[in-house]
Design a protein around this ligand. Structure first.
Ligand code: IPE
Ligand code: IPE
Ligand code: MG
Length: 259
């Protein structure tokens, strides 16, 4: 594994100064989660097919990764495809899985050279075998990197994740590995797909929708939410830094008495 000191600099092209100022401040959220929404509306506004919106959305993903690295965020989780998105028309699902395949084939080497550690959460067995293999090799290639932990949620649904964790917990009790009393929040959290990850400090949703759409229901118990009207393909460093700025204004109490 290459040490972080040897990593190439990230090009300055797309990153605003505002993002960098957060790197110097000590109130940077450790974990930012993003519901990347609005690709379809972005395309419709331009009289383009929806797939053009998804392609433009993939470009915005590149930019947000750069912004996260520059601002000192340690974990970035991106909601790319929900378990409910399989309900979309077959041609859109084919376009989305095709884009995923392309992204994995063409972006992973670059992410690796930037020091990004990739991890995928979601029902990966619902994807074609070649995509499953690419997910596995991307994780194996980047496992030693530590500049940014990038988690991509693919065919992810929080309710399904929680039900699967309940089944695992029951299995532990039935096998005698744990007593019922030992199934506490920490143990349960370790049975989720996000095991080992900090909970998100900040959740951003674009496109003006104000809902979670089955994303990280357990993990967002005390997350700060920022909703932005921008459509995902138009999301850039300025929107990222605006969300971070909003986060710094929030007083997080976790149920304790206000300070
Ligand atoms: C987000 O954009 C991408 C996915 C959910 C895969 P949408 O495709 O949901 O775009 P809108 O919400 O229809 O504008
Ligand atoms: C949530 O967006 C999922 C992703 C962004 C990947 P949707 O567009 O699927 O959510 P709903 O259907 O508007 O709630
Ligand atoms: Mg949407």
């Amino acid at each position: 594994m290459a040490g972080n000191a040897e990593l190439p600099a990230i090009p300055d092209r797309t990153v605003s100064d505002a993002v960098e100022t957060f790197a110097a401040s000590n109130n940077v959220p450790k974990h930012v989660a993003i519901i990347m929404d609005g690709n379809g509306r972005w395309a419709r506004a331009r009289h383009l097919p929806r797939v053009a919106g998804h392609r433009a959305g993939a470009q915005a993903v590149r930019k947000v990764i750069e912004s996260a690295i520059r601002s000192g965020v340690a974990w970035l989780t991106l909601y790319a495809f929900s378990s409910e998105n399989w309900r979309r028309p077959a041609d859109e699902v084919i376009d989305l899985t095709g884009l995923l395949r392309h992204y994995l084939r063409h972006e992973v080497a670059e992410l690796h050279s930037q020091g990004v550690c990739l991890r995928f959460i979601g029902e990966r067995d619902r994807f074609d075998g070649d995509i499953q293999a690419d997910l596995k090799s991307a994780e194996a290639l980047t496992v030693g990197n530590s500049r940014l932990n990038l988690v991509i949620a693919l065919s992810y649904g929080a309710r399904g994740e929680i039900v699967a964790a309940v089944r695992r917990a029951i299995g532990l009790v039935q096998s005698g590995d744990r007593s019922l009393d030992q199934i506490d929040e920490a143990v349960f959290g370790s049975l989720l797909e996000t095991r080992g990850m900090p909970d998100p400090d900040l959740l951003i949703r674009t496109s003006g929708e104000h809902r979670l759409s089955n994303f990280l229901l357990w993990q967002c118990a005390y997350t700060e939410f920022v909703f932005q009207d921008v459509l995902w393909p138009d999301f850039g460093p300025n929107e990222f830094s605006a969300a971070l700025a909003e986060f710094t204004k929030r007083e997080r109490r976790f149920g304790a008495r206000p300070s």
